[in-house]
Design a protein around this ligand. Structure first.
Ligand code: ISJ
Length: 282
């Protein structure tokens, strides 16, 4: 039986999520168990109930919205370039449409964002395959390859001769809106059974986000050490990201969900249900 005195939380390991999760444990009691992983694994663990709350791909929220609630003011998004969701190709996309595309196996949001834009923006229906290989191997088999997160950042530095489309920038150019790649969602069941723990966690996450955003120096140090690049690169990288899930970012996500539904990637419309919406007396 589930131990409701404990709460299991998933943290996305990619650098783009560090301002939300970095050193979160410091302000929380051991009641909270932290699990760090790539987005697809966290998506799966939250869906199966192995986790109570997690940073997940926003696409995954779209798939399980009936079972989840969103924690307000927390997300990973950008209005324009994101720098770590990148389509690499041998030929420029504007001139030559790819016939085959290899997709990162660690993403859900970006994979569907790419499919939406390929079909509706570039009028192109390539064949897709999912791969966890290196960019070089992906491009030996396909015309283009989608990488996300830290592997995308490292590859962009290494393969300067390739053509690169930043999907955050392309989405913004096309729709005029921002995009939300990851959200923090809790299972409704955890909300019902462990509400005080969930509220305490939400509070700690908001405080952590504010503290990290005000002073990124420790995060930037770690990023340089773990992923290479210099302080100037990382300062700019984090300045392109937004973490507060404001209305502009929600609007972009709502459009993404509508397109995903239109193309059959999601089976129904996606309501954005937040923790506070569910509180009684509101
Ligand atoms: C921008 C990023 O956003 C990520 C993209 C995700 C996805 O495509 O499913 C999920 C979580 C985010 O960490 C990134 O990791 O670089």
């Amino acid at each position: 039986m589930k131990d409701i005195s404990k709460m299991r939380m998933g943290q996305i390991i990619y650098a783009n999520s560090w301002p939300l999760f970095y050193q979160l444990e410091r302000s929380l009691p051991s009641t909270y168990e932290m699990i760090r992983d790539i987005p697809v694994s966290l998506n799966r663990m939250l869906a199966s109930g192995e986790l109570d709350v997690s940073g997940i791909s926003s696409f995954s929220y779209g798939q399980y919205a009936d079972d989840y609630i969103l924690l307000p003011e927390l997300s990973v998004g950008s209005v324009g370039e994101v720098n770590s969701i990148l389509l690499f190709s041998k030929e420029p996309l504007e001139k030559v449409r790819p016939r085959t595309v290899s997709l990162s196996s660690s993403s859900a949001t970006s994979v569907n964002l790419l499919k939406i834009m390929m079909q509706l923006r570039y009028d192109c229906l390539p064949e897709y395959d999912v791969s966890s290989q290196s960019l070089e191997q992906m491009l030996s088999q396909s015309d283009a390859a989608l990488l996300i997160g830290d592997p995308a950042i490292v590859a962009a530095r290494k393969y300067k001769q390739l053509h690169i489309v930043d999907l955050g920038a392309a989405w913004h150019e096309w729709t005029g809106l921002g995009m939300t790649y990851a959200v923090v969602a809790a299972r409704k069941q955890a909300y019902l059974q462990q509400k005080p723990l969930l509220e305490q966690l939400h509070e700690a996450l908001l405080i952590n986000k504010t503290r990290n955003s005000k002073d990124l120096s420790a995060i930037i140090n770690d990023a340089c050490l773990q992923l290479g690049g210099d302080r100037a690169y990382w300062t700019r990288y984090f300045s392109c990201l937004q973490f507060d899930f404001n209305e502009q970012l929600q609007e972009g996500l709502a459009l993404y969900y509508r397109y995903a539904q239109q193309l059959g990637f999601l089976s129904s419309a996606v309501p954005l249900t937040f923790l506070n919406d569910k509180l009684p007396n509101r």
